[in-house]
Design a protein around this ligand. Structure first.
Ligand SMILES: [Zn+2]
Ligand SMILES: [Zn+2]
Length: 159
């Protein structure tokens, strides 16, 4: 990890801690470690991968322990669940209520959160016109990130 990335993670972790403190949310040592591991992961990370990542610090934990920590982090907006991968990413704006869309690279797994209620609102408002009752709304787009798209182009290609 580069120093710059490590600094960004430290800033985001501090922000999450401050948010938890000001809202009386119990960011226990385990929840904090799970959050930090999700933050440090370059792509969405699943519960079992988190168990492996945390094993050196915490020893072997039952999966339910990590699932409970994840439930807390999702419920309070620290992380989002990527439904199609059953994995988790750190939220880009903790403390600001929002709905999000996700751009996910099929090649490297990089995932970008695009917060914004407009598209989600539009969809949930148009569903009833079709007599459809929405229970769960997930907007996840798969494709190639800028780096992978560039790498996939034949050398010398202009566009
Ligand atoms: Zn978010
Ligand atoms: Zn990529």
């Amino acid at each position: 990890m580069t120093t710059l990335l490590a600094e960004q993670h430290a800033v985001r972790l501090a922000h999450a801690e401050a948010h938890a403190a000001s809202h009386r949310l119990a960011l226990t040592p385990l929840r904090r470690q799970v959050y930090a591991a999700i933050l440090a992961s370059e792509r969405p990370i699943g519960a079992y991968e988190l168990l492996d990542t945390l094993a050196p610090e915490r020893g072997r934990m039952p999966p339910t322990t990590v699932y409970r920590a994840l439930d807390f982090l999702v419920a309070h907006g620290f992380v989002h669940r990527i439904e199609s991968k059953n994995a988790f990413v750190a939220c880009c704006e903790i403390g600001v209520p929002h709905r999000s869309q996700f751009l996910m690279c099929d090649h490297c797994g990089a995932t970008v959160e695009i917060p914004g209620d407009e598209l989600a609102d539009q969809l949930s408002h148009s569903a009833p016109a079709h007599g459809f009752e929405v229970h769960r709304q997930v907007i996840e787009l798969s494709g190639l990130c800028a780096l992978c798209a560039r790498a996939a182009k034949p050398a010398g290609a202009q566009t």
